[in-house]
Write a protein that binds this ligand. Structure first.
Ligand SMILES: [Zn+2]
Length: 215
């Protein structure tokens, strides 16, 4: 199976690579490994002058998802705090489009499309396909991908640049299955970074997981 290499009409979406999810209050196992993988993707997109979008969880201090308010999570990614900053190793371009989500006290949001205007922003820029990586597979990545498919985007999930929380051991695997069922396609970092590195504009090889996206 081959996949059209990143080019005009494509964007890279880096989901929630923030201190609290990498090393902080809600650290996701193996999260540090997504940083160099995503940096390679970012570099490939920047070199091709393609847009990079970075989302962040950006909660008020008394957000409804926090345990003290009956939510499932310890306090995390409180707007403006160190824990909410992007991981220091992540190399975002200066013109990255930063999207803050779940900013309202009484509403949580896992999808980067939920109440952020991202759909409008992508369409304005002529984006109809994006590649996505980040944290966490079983929450914000899967919900973002499902919304994206519903909205008609072609989506490549960079499978070596995502990690799951796995509250239940199979959550990550189930989330991946749900993304392929929704029509997203699995992509390796190498397929993106390798293609850009070689300066080729042709098709690149995709791994065998997932289902094809027609484009
Ligand atoms: Zn959150």
């Amino acid at each position: 199976m081959t996949l059209r290499a990143p080019g005009p009409g494509d964007a890279l979406l880096v989901v929630d690579v923030q201190n609290d999810f990498v090393t902080g209050s809600l650290a996701v196992r193996g999260a540090g490994e997504v940083v160099p993988a995503l940096n390679r993707c970012i570099d490939a997109f920047v070199r091709r002058r393609l847009p990079v979008v970075a989302s962040r969880d950006w909660h008020p201090p008394d957000h409804c998802s926090f345990r003290e308010r009956g939510g499932p999570w310890p306090p995390h990614c409180i707007a403006g705090t160190e824990g909410a900053q992007f991981a220091p190793g992540l190399v975002l371009p200066v013109d990255a489009l930063v999207v803050s989500k779940a900013t309202e006290r009484d509403r949580d949001a896992y999808s980067v499309f939920a109440g952020t205007g991202l759909d409008r922003e992508l369409r304005k820029r002529g984006i109809d396909r994006f590649f996505v990586g980040g944290l966490a597979t079983d929450y914000c990545v899967v919900n973002t991908v499902r919304d994206a498919r519903r909205l008609g985007y072609a989506v490549g999930v960079v499978v070596d640049a995502i990690r799951a929380v796995n509250v239940h051991p199979d959550d990550g695997a189930n989330a991946e299955a749900a993304m392929w069922a929704a029509g997203a396609i699995a992509v390796a970092v190498e397929a993106i970074a390798g293609a850009a590195g070689a300066g080729k504009r042709g098709a690149v090889r995709a791994p065998t997981r997932g289902s094809p996206v027609s484009d």
